[in-house]
Design a protein around this ligand. Structure first.
Ligand code: PLP
Length: 408
C-alpha cells in the first residue's frame, strides 16, 4: 500500500491566501462595479529594468546560433554571474565572500525550503514569528516540528517579534541548533542593526548553531548603518548561510533568479561531533537535484550589476519606497502604530482589533486588499501587512479611500 508523508497533514498555512481570495471574490460578486486595489500581495508590479531586457535578449540570441549555443550549464551558476555577485554584493562592501561560495538558483523560496534537507531530523529549531511561512512549512513537511496545538507546533522555538522588542526577536534562553532570521523582515518590514546581528552571530558561534539569513529585501535598505548581508559581521562566515534574490531587487519574480551563499568555512556536525563542510553538502545536493538557471536569465541577472543596471534598480526600489513612505504618512495621520516601510516595501500595522475584522473593514469600505497578520504566525494577531508593490497612483487612491472610510 502506497502511503503518504503524514507530516503534510500537519500543515496549516495555505488557509490564509485561500481565505483572502474567498473574501475578495465574495465582495466582488456583491459589488461587481467596485474597483479593488491590491496591497496584499508581495509581488512586484514594475517591468524588468531595460538593462536586464537587453542582456536577456542578447542571451537568447546566443542560444539561437550553433557557435554560441549552450546546453546544460553549471548547476552552481555561470562564473560570470557568480564573480560579479561576489564582487558587487560582498567584496566591495568589505565582506569576504568568493565566487565559488555563491550558488545561483531559481529562487530564494526553493533554497530556503530545500536547505533543511542538509540537517538532522532531531535538531532544535528557532523560527521567527511572524515570518515568511516557507521556513516553518518546509520543516513541518520534514517532520521536525511536532504536532500543531493551540496555534503552534510543539517542537519549535518561536522567536517572537512584537512591539515590546521593536520587532527584532531576543536571543533564545536555551541553546538551539538552527536559527532562521529574515531582515528586512517579511511581513513586518523591521530591520536589524549590526550590533544586534553581531549578538546572533556570537550566539551561533557559542552554541555550535547555524543561522539561515534571508536577505531577500536587502536592496530596499537605504540606511547605510544597517547590514545588507550577515557577512558584514565578523565571524559570520563560520556560522551562517545567506539567501538573496533578484525577485524584489530587480523585478525577477516571473523571470526567476536568486542565489545562496554558503561559505567554505561554514560547518555542521555529525553524530560523533565531527565537523563537515556545508558547502560540500549543498554542492552535492544542488548537483544532484538542480539543473541550474537558464543562460539568458543569468545574463539578465548579471546586467543588474552594470552601471545602467545599478541605476535602474535604485530607481525601481526607490519607486516602491516612495509608495511605502506615502502609506506610512497616511497611517500615521490616521493614528495607527506601525513598523517598516523605510528600508523595506512592507508596512506592518497594529490595527488595535482583530486582524480579519480590519481586513474586512478595509475591503468592504475602501475596496483595498491587505494581508492579515495571523497568516505569518501567532504574533501577527492584531496586525495587517500593507505592501508597497503597486503603482503610486493606486497607492494614493487606496490611501484616500482608507482615509474616507475610517473618517478620522
Ligand atoms: N524570502 C522572503 C522573505 C520572501 O518574502 C520571498 C518572497 O516573497 C522569498 C524569499 C522568495 O523569493 P524568490 O522569489 O527568490 O523565490
Amino acid at each position: 500500500m502506497i502511503r503518504i508523508n503524514e507530516n503534510y497533514l500537519k500543515l496549516q498555512s495555505s488557509y490564509l491566501f485561500v481565505e483572502i481570495a474567498n473574501r475578495v471574490s465574495t465582495y466582488q460578486k456583491e459589488n461587481p462595479d467596485a474597483e479593488i486595489i491590491r496591497l496584499g500581495i508581495g509581488d512586484v508590479t514594475l517591468p524588468l529594468p531595460p538593462a536586464c531586457i537587453e542582456a536577456f535578449k542578447a542571451g537568447v540570441k546566443e542560444m539561437a546560433s550553433d557557435v554560441t549555443f549552450r546546453g546544460y550549464g553549471p548547476e552552481q551558476g555561470y562564473a560570470f554571474l557568480r564573480e560579479t555577485i561576489a564582487f558587487n554584493d560582498y567584496q566591495s562592501r568589505g565582506a569576504d565572500i568568493h565566487s565559488d561560495e555563491i550558488f545561483v538558483s531559481d529562487g530564494a523560496k526553493c533554497d530556503t525550503g530545500n536547505i533543511q534537507e542538509l540537517f538532522a531530523a532531531d535538531i532544535r529549531l528557532a523560527i521567527p514569528d511572524p515570518v515568511y511561512p516557507v521556513y516553518l512549512d518546509t520543516n513541518v513537511m520534514a517532520g521536525r516540528t511536532g504536532d500543531f496545538n493551540h496555534g503552534r507546533y510543539d517542537d519549535i522555538l518561536y522567536l517572537e517579534s512584537l512591539p515590546e522588542n521593536g520587532f527584532v526577536p531576543r536571543l533564545p534562553e536555551a541553546p538551539v541548533d538552527l536559527i532562521y532570521l529574515c531582515f528586512p523582515n517579511n511581513p513586518t518590514g523591521a530591520t536589524i542593526s549590526k550590533d544586534t546581528l553581531r549578538k546572533w552571530v556570537d550566539f551561533a558561534r557559542e552554541n555550535k548553531a547555524l543561522i539561515l539569513y534571508d536577505a531577500a529585501y536587502e536592496a530596499f535598505v537605504r540606511d547605510p548603518t544597517l547590514p545588507r548581508s550577515i557577512f558584514e559581521i565578523e565571524g559570520a562566515r563560520d556560522v551562517a548561510i545567506e539567501f538573496k534574490s533578484f525577485s524584489k531587487t530587480a523585478g525577477f519574480t516571473g523571470t526567476r533568479c536568486a542565489y545562496t551563499v554558503v561559505p567554505k568555512r561554514c560547518t555542521a556536525y555529525d553524530g560523533s561531533g565531527q565537523k563537515h563542510s556545508l558547502h560540500a553538502l549543498w554542492n552535492r545536493r544542488q548537483s544532484t537535484k538542480f539543473n541550474g538557471v537558464s543562460y539568458p536569465v543569468q545574463k539578465a541577472a548579471e546586467a543588474t550589476y552594470s552601471e545602467h543596471g545599478k541605476a535602474q534598480i535604485i530607481e525601481m526600489t526607490d519607486y516602491y519606497l516612495k509608495n511605502a513612505a506615502l502609506i506610512r504618512k497616511e497611517m500615521a495621520a490616521l493614528g495607527f502604530e506601525f513598523v517598516g516601510g523605510e528600508n523595506s516595501p512592507y508596512i506592518w500595522i497594529n490595527c488595535n482589533r482583530d486582524a480579519w475584522e480590519f481586513f474586512d473593514l478595509l475591503l468592504k469600505t475602501a475596496g483595498v486588499v491587505t494581508t492579515p497578520g495571523p497568516g505569518f504566525g501567532k504574533c501577527g494577531e492584531g496586525f495587517i501587512r500593507i505592501s508597497a508593490f503597486n503603482s503610486y497612483e493606486n497607492v494614493e487612491k487606496a490611501m484616500a479611500r482608507i482615509r474616507d472610510a475610517l473618517g478620522r
